[in-house]
Design a protein around this ligand. Structure first.
Ligand code: K7E
Ligand code: CUA
Ligand code: CA
Length: 631
């Protein structure tokens, strides 16, 4: 006999499922749950939390002139950028354009950015999920930040000394890079990234069947940003993380069914976490035990079935996040359609790869936490914090107690459940992905904000909530609206990042401009010259507040004009801009930087250009004229 629970899920009367009546969810229950959270109850919640928030507000107050304790790097979701916030104030400090086009800095407009974005394949959109900071010996080294682009199958690197994107790699042979994590130990040699969707090979329209489709786990060399190798897997790939020995990475798969429809992806009660043996993969590549696909030269190894390179650990059900505990002991996979998390003991992986134990023997706990567990983060004191999407909560639980409970001891591993607003995806505790996890702050990235902010029409911001986890009890202290849609963020201690105040003149960021100037016999730092090269015209000019080195230059209609501007100012914060009116041309030139932009002077007449970053009392007067002669 069946009855229905409050979400409309059919459950067994006797509850003998081994877990609870809320065991597994179907799509109908999911839809109902999200809808329910959208109805009443929210006002009560808001009021009760307001009191608690008051109490903790002193803690997050960063007064005028004071600095935040942490850098927070937020992915900009399908807006395509990375944002820099200060934590705990949650103030947005900077935006780093990556896969988008940015009018202020000229990203996507300048030659420097186009060279990075790629001249042959240019997209105007991106979809960032997972920002991660490079590591040395399991600690953030502050050198780079990496981010995925699910929309166009790319991975980008940001130089943290200047907070600009300096490399973008398009991953061949796959579609949709989703999960991304870095090798932590001995240092970030590899960027691991999951391609989510299975495609046929070759994908040339000759075969649309799923039987011949597969996807791959990818490793990029973090320095060259070239793809080092790819591993063919069974099923699809969702999220990933790496361990603290450098030997293993693990990825979740929610589509072990190889389904192309929603119901199909939920058919199996268990999918899996696939564990990659990095040493064995490197060995196979070294021994030439690989193939290549299409035009790509990337070594492709086969990790399917009973491969030596992988192990498929069965876990319930459509698992999503996988997160390594900062003590290096566990990969913890969130069950999504199961109310559980699966705790994988990393020190048992050697044995499972040597076939000394069964696949499920690596599971040392599977605590039941609530509905829709998506991601887990850690405080460095043995506690885990798992987001419950459907329950709109964060569950704090103790890993050691969960293991005892799994072994039959009567202990309660659950410490607290806190309501969040609403429907959280990732959560992220300070320094949680490193050995330095300090258990001070928890950011919960909620997908829905409903009544939390002034209404702005049908499209709502997301709500990034800051929670104080320094004590026994989690306390909500701040609501932070965010534009579409920061899946994840990372918090780094402020002393772990060292930025430049002005550019150094030998910066590789504008090496291309320097090379061209040398060919033209031009010194970027001092010359103001116009070089004609057929119908190509290169205009070199300096800028010092509040003047451009050239207040006019002359070209012919139809010329392809490249303007190079070098900012001679050495004073921190004196950034100039270059905007050519009615030409779609705009760019940033920070102190000691050179920037360049190319456009066609297609209309005769006078065309004014001006500085568009406020630099001086006479900033308005920082202008010039492009004089275009009729062809
Ligand atoms: Cu859960 Cu792309 Cu990490 Cu969204 S992912 S939430
Ligand atoms: Cu230079 Cu404003
Ligand atoms: Ca599934």
């Amino acid at each position: 006999m069946k009855k229905k629970d409050e979400l409309g899920t059919e459950v067994a009367e006797n509850g003998e499922s081994g877990l609870s009546r809320r065991r597994f969810l179907g799509a109908t229950a999911l839809a109902g749950a999200v809808g329910a959270a959208g109805l009443g109850g929210a006002v009560m919640t808001r009021e009760s939390f307001a009191a608690a928030a008051k109490e903790a507000q002193n803690k997050i107050h960063v007064g005028p002139g004071e600095l935040d304790e942490y850098y927070g790097f937020w992915s900009g979701g399908h807006q395509g950028e990375v944002r820099v916030l200060g934590v705990p104030s949650m103030r947005e400090i900077m935006r780093i354009p990556v896969f988008n086009v940015d009018s202020a800095t000229g990203w996507g407009i300048t030659n420097e950015s186009k060279d990075i974005l790629g001249r042959d394949k240019t997209y105007l959109n991106g979809d960032c999920h997972h920002p991660h900071v490079s590591m040395t010996d399991g600690r953030y080294d502050g050198k780079y930040l990496f981010i995925n682009d699910k929309a166009n199958t790319r991975v980008a690197r940001i130089r943290l000394d200047i907070m600009k994107c300096d490399k973008i790699t398009h991953i061949p042979n796959v579609q949709a890079i989703h999960g991304l994590r870095l090798q932590k130990v001995p240092h970030t040699k590899y960027v691991f990234c999951n391609a989510e969707y299975m495609i046929p090979h070759p994908n040339d329209g000759s075969d649309f069947s799923m039987e011949n489709s597969y996807t791959m786990f990818n490793a990029l060399d973090a320095e060259t940003m070239e793809v080092a190798w790819q591993v063919i897997v069974d099923g699809n790939l969702d999220n990933t993380d790496a361990d603290y020995t450098g030997k293993y990475a693990a990825s979740t798969c929610y589509n072990s069914e190889k389904a192309t429809d929603l119901a199909g992806t939920m058919r199996n009660d268990r999918d899996w976490v696939v564990v990659f043996n990095i040493e064995r993969i490197e060995e196979a590549v070294k021994n030439g035990d690989f193939k290549t696909l299409g035009d790509s030269k990337v070594p492709v190894v086969d990790g399917r079935g009973k491969s030596r390179l992988t192990r498929y650990i069965p876990v319930p059900k459509n698992p999503h996040g996988v997160n390594t505990s900062p003590d290096g002991k566990y990969f913890i996979a969130a069950g999504k359609l199961s109310p559980t998390c699966s705790v994988i003991a990393i020190d048992k992986l050697d044995d499972v790869f040597d076939d000394k134990i069964e696949l499920r023997d690596v599971i040392v706990a599977e605590p039941e936490l609530g509905l829709g567990p998506l991601h887990t983060t850690y405080d460095g004191r043995g506690n885990a914090y798992t987001t419950l999407f459907i329950d709109s909560q964060v569950a704090k639980w103790n890993i050691a107690d969960a293991i005892k409970h799994y072994n039959g001891e009567k202990v309660n591993y659950l410490r607290q459940k806190l309501d969040v607003h609403y429907q959280p995806g990732h959560n992220h505790a300070s320094l949680t992905e490193s050995r330095d996890a300090d258990g001070k702050w928890l950011v919960v990235l909620s997908k829905f904000s409903k009544d939390r902010f002034l209404p702005v029409g049908p499209l709502h911001p997301e709500n990034d909530q800051l929670i104080d986890i320094s004590g026994e009890e989690m306390k909500l202290v701040h609501d932070g609206p965010a534009f579409a849609e920061p899946h994840d963020c990372i918090l780094v201690r402020r002393d772990q990042i060292k930025t430049k105040k002005v550019y150094t003149r030998d910066d590789p960021y504008f090496a291309g401009a320097r090379a061209q100037a040398e060919k033209d016999g031009v010194t970027l730092e001092s010359d103001n010259k116009v070089i004609r090269d057929g119908n190509k015209v290169r205009v070199y000019m300096t800028s010092v507040a509040p003047m451009f080195g050239l207040n006019e230059f002359k070209v012919k209609q139809g010329d392809e004009v490249t303007v190079y501007v070098t900012n001679q100012d050495t004073i921190e914060d004196v950034t100039h801009g270059f905007c050519m009116v009615n030409h779609g041309v705009s760019m940033e030139i920070s102190p000691q930087q050179t920037s360049s932009v190319t456009f066609v002077a297609d209309r005769p007449g006078v065309h004014w250009y001006y500085c568009n970053w406020f630099c001086h009392a006479l900033h308005m007067e920082m202008t010039g004229r492009m004089l275009v002669e009729k062809a």
